[in-house]
Unconditional design. Structure first.
Length: 519
């Protein structure tokens, strides 16, 4: 009998305390545990964990925890656009430019769309209301249509957001100033509109509200807390301060960088900032800045035939244009009048596609003054490649950031993927080789130890946290292996049947425990 009671007690402790719940990973580098009390929401509506599992991958979410030791209190994912496809070229959903790339999660579709298809789009958007979709899901019906975005024009009661015009005369507007102004961040929901034409003015809304930031901070959270936000830089205030969709970020001399340097913080840059938020000033002091896209810069000769409305070929590298591409010189629309040096800036996605964010004409074609910056590959003793271009450093001068160094020290600091900038090099188009020049390892503090600090980690213990970004993993709860069956002892007539009662209780406890463990 005593043996049975001990077994019963041990099983009870194991089953009642070893409850396993889901882990959610944000931005690919921060994992937060959920619990039985975690509230899951999709577009501000509560859902079960099972329902959330079908909606999580690729969604942009806010995950908050008052105490990281106790897991997440709330997880809320958001679709920033809900509505019909209103243009195929350029691709637009509910009048908003949407860019899809290799990193976009496509649900119930293969990336092929038709006019009028109803879509839910989660992602990040810049100050020009161009959306980089992290998840696109096709729906058969939508209860309402919705957009997030910045007011681009405001004239009395008429405003524009992206490709849409709203007449706010009869709308109930909340959390805004006395008047709507250009740059206000708004969230607008409307009822579905029959035979919708984005050229027509929308004069009614279910909900119209202004937002200080895309991140909704917990109302009852005060003091400093660990904070992480991903998005596009929408404003550069000064050398040490900038905004990510309304969230002010400050960098210091202690801030470390990955995939870029401080001077890469420009309007339109997509990055992740992690540090501590002062809830009084609402300013995030960044410990880490991680550029989410691998930044590329090229300045080299381009032939007239190598530039068209869709792409540019420069140093044998194909750069793709999309709605994010800034073309101040009108090269995409008008082309080149003669072969010329062109400066191209952009990023490489996970499939190796190079997307152009900016291009400028830079004078006459000159193969003796070429620039190339990007991630290195095929590293050897005194050479490497960048985006397929062979780099020959014979006769070059070397720098670790802005500090001159020798060739041996430079190569000792290199690892695959290091960001290197070659300036004033000589380019041989026949051999696709860039030689000489000034060769700079821009990310010299991004050593293996620094890279480790950006690796996937749990939230720090015992602190309040808020994480905003793309859900890159959601691991649902798994039922653990049940304990081995209890060996039935020889019946003892003196027990009065008590042991049978304990068996029944133990079986009930096992069943209850397994149900709790699968949440």
């Amino acid at each position: 009998m005593k043996h049975l009671i001990n077994t019963f007690t041990l099983a009870a402790l194991l089953l009642l305390t070893n409850t396993v719940f889901a882990d959610i990973t944000i931005n690919g580098d921060k994992t937060i545990k959920t619990t039985s009390s975690t509230i899951f929401k999709v577009d501000d509506k509560m859902v079960t964990e099972t329902e959330f599992t079908t909606k999580a991958e690729g969604q942009v979410a806010t995950v908050s925890a008052k105490d990281s030791d106790n897991g997440a209190d709330a997880v809320n994912t958001e679709n920033h656009i809900k509505g019909p496809v209103t243009s195929l070229d350029p691709f637009q959903v509910f009048g908003q430019d949407v860019v899809i790339n290799a990193d976009t999660v496509l649900v119930d579709n293969n990336g092929t769309f038709a006019m009028g298809d109803l879509l839910e789009v989660s992602g990040f958007f810049d100050s020009a209301n161009v959306f980089l979709a992290t998840r696109v899901e096709k729906s058969t019906t939508l209860e309402n249509w919705k957009i997030f975005g910045y007011i681009e024009t405001a004239n009395a009661n008429l405003i524009t957001v992206g490709g849409l015009t709203f007449d706010t005369t009869n709308m109930v507007i909340s959390d805004c100033g006395s008047t709507l102004v250009v740059g206000d961040l708004v969230k607008i929901k409307v009822s579905p509109i029959m035979n919708f034409d984005p050229a027509n003015t929308i004069d009614s809304a279910i909900n119209f509200e202004c937002k200080n930031s895309l991140v909704d901070l917990p109302d009852d959270q005060s003091g400093d807390f660990e904070f992480e936000v991903e998005g596009f830089v929408t404003e550069v205030i000064d050398a040490d301060n900038f905004n990510i969709n309304g969230q002010q970020v400050t960098v210091t001399t202690n801030t470390i960088y990955s995939n870029g340097i401080q001077s890469d913080i420009v309007v339109g840059a997509k990055l992740e900032a992690e540090g501590h938020l002062d809830s009084t000033t609402n300013i995030l002091t960044a410990d880490k800045i991680k550029f989410k896209n691998i930044k590329v810069r090229i300045e080299a000769p381009v032939a007239i035939a190598d530039l068209d409305a869709d792409q540019i070929t420069i140093m044998g590298i194909t750069g793709i244009f999309n709605a994010f591409t800034e073309d101040k010189d009108g090269l995409i629309a008008n082309g080149l009048s003669a072969d010329a040096n062109v400066e191209v800036r952009g990023f490489v996605d996970s499939s190796g596609n190079f997307f152009v964010e900016e291009l400028r004409e830079r004078g006459n074609a000159d193969f003796t003054d070429v620039r190339l910056r990007g991630p290195i590959d095929n590293l050897l003793d005194n050479s490497f490649s960048i985006l397929g271009v062979q780099i020959d450093t014979t006769g070059a001068t070397f720098f670790l950031e802005d500090v001159a160094t020798d060739e041996a020290t430079f190569y000792a600091a290199l690892v695959k993927g290091s960001i290197v900038d070659i300036n004033h090099g000589q380019y041989d188009a026949e051999t696709n080789t860039l030689s000489g020049g000034e060769v700079t390892l821009e990310d010299s503090n991004d050593s293996s130890s620094t890279k480790q600090s950006f690796a996937t980690t749990q939230s720090k213990a015992g602190v309040a946290t808020v994480n905003y970004g793309k859900v890159t993993a959601f691991a649902p709860a798994q039922a653990p292996t049940p304990p081995p069956p209890v060996v039935t002892p020889t019946p003892n007539t003196s027990s009065g049947g008590g042991s049978n009662d304990l068996y029944i209780l133990l079986l009930l406890l096992i069943t209850l425990g397994l149900k709790r463990q699968t949440h």
